[in-house]
Design a protein around this ligand. Structure first.
Ligand code: VG1
Ligand code: CO
Length: 543
């Protein structure tokens, strides 16, 4: 068995987006495409001798092939030891957990997360650093620069590794340790939450449905919720990771998880519903007849954090992505802790957590997490809610209504215009940016504009600057309209329109969200000329 040096030429478009490199499976299947990107990762890591790297994915189509390729390339680059999830499976938060627990140098996550899978679907790859979190932009940019200057890659020609048996083998001198994908993660969860209280809750007949959406979180949810916590079999639905996710679109929101929402709105609804995404880092929380918005979920977890043993000493600070609603800011203020506003994407939270400045982080896109790992963590959020329900004896609906009564309600919605012509989307953003300087002071409908800008973030830890992170129109009463282009799509462009309005009066806390936001929607559409420019009469998805 020898190390082969294979000639290659660069591919265009290998710049990572919001969360790694995501492309159609067919693009990844081109000879050399995956290999080039992986070569660029290993070259930017420098000397790999003596180092441990973690590897796993969400089980989607092409996962197993990619794992073999990466293992063989890792051996060629002198990596000492690879920790691989059995069957090639590791959720994104589990990769983060394993990197941290085993002191690995970094990890490679194979997933296109919430994007559909299967031969005609999407595939993705992402590098995580030593702290367990997504590589910051300076590293992803260095990887991209390498992809553009490659003339060869190195790979071992050893036979494939058996990924299905737990244990250690060697591959051209490199140790390959196939690990139980759930074990380390489950152990960590057991230290954060009051498993006895949750077990007792299920013992009292509490009913729950967890929708794994045919993606990676099924095995984790089954092992922890049904196994350790004693929920009855069948609590986890769509719990097998399938290469095409069983046809599900594993993006947990009320539109894609329609089956779960129907159940939770039905006559015999369970007490609690939840769903996770392709790679297990997102979560949707549902009560009887109520889907909790991710922004509210972050705020409610923050306000009740001390109910969970792992957070009993209190939280240090909160961070949220800029388009996420400001519900968490109100909690931070009440707790007397800082609340940071970062650009979209989990990689921006890493420094704040490493510096001990924040404990909880969240994004409006169904992402919540804490400093227990450096990724957002779907099942963690679900367990946090179970812990809050068990410790408070309240229902989801009660926790939400009481939170609104205390802090006020931030009505919030995101309108996505998917697969729009890329040039039209760029033109829409450019026109909006051009209007920004004139917006402040203008009266738009019932609102007056306080500020129009394109969000710029300066990291308080390393002072790196991220600009052009979203066009904001902020009204004098704090209501907001935000526009940005998605960095995870693989077809055309996706325009995201985020809308937020604060309502202090409890008598007005039970309006329909879209109605409550309708005048902001009208302003957003007219300022952006979205319909004319994109040719779309309505958003493709409203969450
Ligand atoms: C989307 C979300 C963002 C999230 C990212 C990765 O990015 O808006 O909040 O961090 O997906 O999530 P974008 O650029 O398409 O808006 V995951 O679960 O797909 O890794
Ligand atoms: Co995800």
């Amino acid at each position: 068995m020898t190390i082969q040096t294979v000639a290659t030429t660069p591919f265009a478009g290998q710049r990572p987006g919001t969360s790694g490199l995501r492309k159609k499976v067919t693009e990844f299947q081109q000879p050399g495409y995956l290999e080039n990107f992986v070569e660029a990762i290993f070259l930017s890591l420098g000397d790999c001798n003596g180092r441990t790297v973690v590897l796993g994915g969400d089980g989607r189509y092409f996962n197993r092939d990619a794992i073999q390729t990466i293992l063989h390339m890792a051996a060629a680059h002198g990596v000492a030891r690879m920790l691989v999830g059995q069957g090639g499976i590791l959720s994104t938060p589990a990769v983060s957990c394993v990197i941290r627990k085993h002191g690995a140098f970094g990890g490679i996550v194979l997933s296109a997360s919430h994007n559909p899978g299967g031969p005609d679907g999407d595939f993705g790859i992402k590098y995580n650093i030593e702290n367990g979190g997504p590589a910051p932009e300076k590293i992803t940019e260095a990887i991209f620069a390498r992809t553009q200057a490659l003339s060869s890659y190195r790979i071992s020609d050893a036979p494939p590794v058996n990924l299905d048996e737990i244990g250690t083998t060697t591959l051209d001198g490199m140790q390959v340790e196939v690990i139980d994908p759930v074990l380390d993660y489950a152990e960590l969860m057991g230290r954060l939450f009051d498993f006895d209280a949750i077990r007792a809750l299920f013992g009292r007949g509490f009913r729950m449905k967890f929708d794994g959406m045919g993606a990676v979180s099924g095995p984790y949810a089954k092992a922890i919720i049904e196994g350790v916590l004693g929920a009855p079999g069948g609590t986890v639905i769509n719990g097998e990771p399938l290469e095409d996710f069983g046809g599900h679109h594993p993006d947990p929101n009320p539109v894609n998880a329609a089956e779960l929402i129907a159940l939770m709105n039905g006559p015999d609804a369970p007490d609690f519903g939840a769903a996770s995404d392709g790679d297990g880092d997102r979560n949707m929380i549902v009560g009887r007849g109520i889907a909790v918005t991710p922004s509210d979920s972050l705020a409610i977890i923050a306000a009740n954090a001390t109910l969970a043993p792992g957070y009993a000493a209190g939280i240090k600070g909160i961070a949220r992505s800029m388009p996420t609603s400001m519900a968490a800011d109100r909690v931070a203020e009440a707790l007397g802790i800082a609340c940071y506003e970062t650009p979209t994407g989990w990689k921006y939270f890493g420094n704040l957590m490493d510096a001990g400045m924040v404990t909880l982080c969240g994004e409006e896109s169904y992402g919540t997490g804490s400093s227990h790992v450096r990724e957002k963590d779907g099942l963690w959020a679900v367990l946090f809610w179970l812990n809050m329900l068990a410790a408070s004896g309240k229902s989801v609906e009660q926790l939400v209504s009481e939170h609104w009564a205390r802090f006020g309600r931030n009505y919030y919605s995101r309108h996505d215009y998917e697969a729009v012509d890329a040039l039209a989307a760029d033109a829409t953003m450019t026109a909006l940016r051009d209007k920004l300087p004139t917006l402040a002071g203008q009266t738009l409908g019932e609102y007056r504009v306080a500020l129009g800008d394109d969000f710029v973030y300066t990291d308080p830890v390393d002072h790196s600057v991220a600009s052009r992170q979203g066009v904001r129109i902020i009204m004098t009463d704090g209501s907001r309209i935000v526009f940005r282009l998605s960095g995870t799509g693989t077809e055309g462009a996706t325009v995201r329109l985020y809308l937020e309005r604060y309502e202090a009066d409890p008598a007005r806390h039970h309006l329909d969200t879209q109605e409550a936001l309708s005048s902001l929607v009208a302003i957003a559409e007219s300022v952006s000329e979205l319909r004319q420019r994109t040719g779309r009469q309505q958003p493709s998805v409203v969450t």
